[in-house]
Design a binder for this molecule. Structure first.
Ligand code: ATP
Length: 582
């Protein structure tokens, strides 16, 4: 691990942000438990996400099960394609991500080995003489195979009903789309969001909570009418975003370009207005939760990297310990997921779009004579009827001659048109079925928590003493206020405990601390990112004021006790700045 990684792992464990789970039994790679500080920080990041992407955007939020039946993942194609490249060491038996070994090798210039076929990655392992990172044995002869990342289970006793832990929260949204469409009164566009656990049996989990086997995602599936719906781009068009486009990645001297959302759209750097909207919206949101914009960029997927369903994809990436790590994927998923679930379930995965006025259209129909087709074609007659129906819709001109040709099971059949009952009827239609397209921002909450910690970590000096401080925004800090009595005597302790419970009753996250010198207590709060500390002293008893101290500047000011709750709430919510108090 990098220095940054080591420092954070130590702080995370000592101060209760996160620890490896089941430590008493040696721990299991890829599973972490958030401690009291970490759980509070994660909750606050989720609350800020909900506030932005659900409440303020006016979307619905759902909560679906984490176990889903096999049919769902057969339809979504996860059973077939949700794989990573595995290479196993014959010597020690350890498993490794073959593509990562190739990318990380010092001789390698390959940046995206995942996009290559397995055989080619195997050849590169041999070419670079890559050894097993665990035991040092050569991997050159070992095959590279596909490993499916889904955790399998059985639903109920026996093995007749296989199920899987969902590898993304999204499928829980797609699979019940008909229901969400009904709740949205069939009015596009609408969005369905979900915050919940996802599971991936990663081949080699690593880098702390960055790559784990159980993690929380916050996903929004925005269902739009591809022919009509436009995003409210004007709301974000002036936001400056750092874009590392596919073109720049492939150019010799390419790099990140800072431009406004509007410029990126006008210059064609962003192909989809919807992606542009979400990049602009999210840039402000990342800043709000404390991601350092000097260590942040949006990177476009190269064509080999694109998921099979996506036409345009950008990842928000944070720099962590010298590496760029994906924090969020922004994808245009087309109608792929809804089409697949419609096809596999036989249900309707579209919305009925009502026209302003009914329209009269010509509709070609067939009414084949079975008394002719049956004797003539025997068992193939039924399939021939299906083909005639479909052909009439697709290509009515095919019925213009004396015979029409249909193919059934690789055999061509000529049918006299007069026996097909072909006709063009005039019908009045009040609307049409539209399968929405999907725009998906998919956030990894654990990676955001890690980024906020890494990007807010500071070491400085106060009064000649070294201190560690997490300079995170008050909105996400696990504790908003530390309350201390100057000393636990002369009634100061009692007054401070009373004040702590008053602040808690008002909904503030409060830590009470009366142990050790006051400087020590400040250091303890700085280290977990508590933005404000309130000290109760003798003046509190006489003048009814307390000291409020700000974490980053270490400035202090006196505030009347009667105003302290409101003041702290306003500071937490960003309605007031500390400097305004003096
Ligand atoms: P990676 O390329 O890093 O494996 P991915 O492209 O497979 O990620 P997505 O399928 O786009 O990731 O998932 C959306 C988000 O979920 C990611 O941006 C990331 O924040 C988070 N995520 C994905 N896999 C993991 C994991 N194993 N551990 C923690 N978070 C993850």
């Amino acid at each position: 691990m990098t220095d940054e990684g080591d420092r954070l792992a130590e702080l995370a464990k000592r101060r209760g942000f996160f620890i490896q789970s089941s430590g008493a039994y040696g721990g299991v790679a890829g599973f972490y438990t958030y401690g009291p500080q970490g759980a509070a920080l994660k909750d606050n990041v989720e609350a800020a996400w909900r506030d932005r992407y659900v409440t303020r955007e006016g979307h619905m939020e759902i909560d679906a099960p984490t176990v889903m039946p096999e049919a769902v993942f057969e339809a979504s194609s996860h059973l077939e394609t949700f794989t990573d490249m595995l290479v196993e060491c014959a010597e020690c038996g350890d498993s490794h991500r073959a593509d990562h070994l190739v990318e990380d090798d010092p001789d390698s210039e390959v940046e995206d080995a995942e996009a290559l076929p397995n055989e080619e990655v195997g050849e590169l392992i041999a070419e670079y003489d890559i050894d097993c990172p665990t035991c040092g044995a050569a991997l050159a002869e070992e095959p590279v195979t596909d490993f499916n990342l889904m955790f399998e289970t059985n639903i109920g006793p026996g093995s007749s009903s296989p199920g899987y832990l969902r590898p993304e929260t999204a499928q829980g949204i797609f699979v019940d789309f008909p229901q969400w469409a009904e709740y949205a009164r069939n009015q596009l566009p609408f969005g369905v969001a979900q915050i919940g656990k996802a599971y991936r049996n990663e081949i080699s989990p690593r880098k702390s909570i960055i790559r784990v086997r159980e993690f929380t995602q916050a996903e929004l599936e925005h269902f739009i009418d591809p022919d009509e719906d436009e995003p409210p781009l004007e709301r974000v068009e002036d936001v400056v975003i750092p874009l590392y486009s596919a073109t720049e990645q492939q150019a010799d001297d390419g790099g990140v370009r800072e431009m406004t959302v509007r410029e990126a759209v006008d210059e064609g750097v962003l192909g989809s207005d919807w992606i542009a909207y979400y990049l602009g919206l999210s840039k402000r949101w990342y800043e709000r939760i404390g991601v350092d914009m000097d260590r942040f960029r949006y990177r476009q997927h190269l064509s080999g990297e694109l998921s099979h369903y996506a036409s345009e994809c950008w990842d928000a990436e944070g720099e962590l310990g010298g590496d760029w790590v994906e924090l969020t994927g922004f994808a245009t998923r087309g109608s792929y997921d809804l089409d697949k679930h419609a096809e596999h379930s036989g249900e309707e995965f579209s919305v009925f779009k009502q026209y302003d006025e009914p329209v009269t259209v010509e509709r070609p129909t067939v009414d084949p004579e079975m008394s002719y087709l049956g004797p003539e074609f025997g068992g193939a007659a039924g399939d021939i009827v299906d083909e005639l129906e479909s052909l009439a819709g697709r290509d009515p001109d095919a019925f213009e001659g004396d015979t029409v040709t249909v193919d059934v099971d690789g055999e061509s059949h000529d049918i006299p048109v007069e026996k097909t009952g072909f006709a063009v009827e005039e019908v009045t239609e009040s609307g049409e079925h539209v399968t929405p397209h999907i725009i998906e921002p998919s956030f990894g909450v654990g990676r955001l928590v890690y980024t906020v910690l890494a990007h807010s970590y500071r070491e400085d000096e106060v009064d000649g003493e070294a201190r560690t401080r997490l300079a995170m925004p008050p909105e996400v800090a696990p504790t908003t206020v530390g309350v201390f009595p100057l000393m636990d005597k002369d009634g100061l302790g009692e007054r401070a405990r009373e004040l702590a419970s008053e602040l808690r009753e008002a909904g503030l996250e409060v830590t009470y601390d009366d142990s050790g010198a006051i400087g020590r207590r400040y250091r303890r709060q700085d280290e977990v990112g508590t933005p404000f500390c309130v000290t109760v002293d003798y003046e509190t008893l006489e003048e009814k004021t307390v000291t409020v101290r700000e974490r980053d500047s270490t400035e202090q000011t006196r505030v009347p006790v009667s105003e302290v709750t409101e003041t702290l709430q306003a500071l937490r919510d960003g309605e007031k700045q500390f400097a305004d108090l003096e």
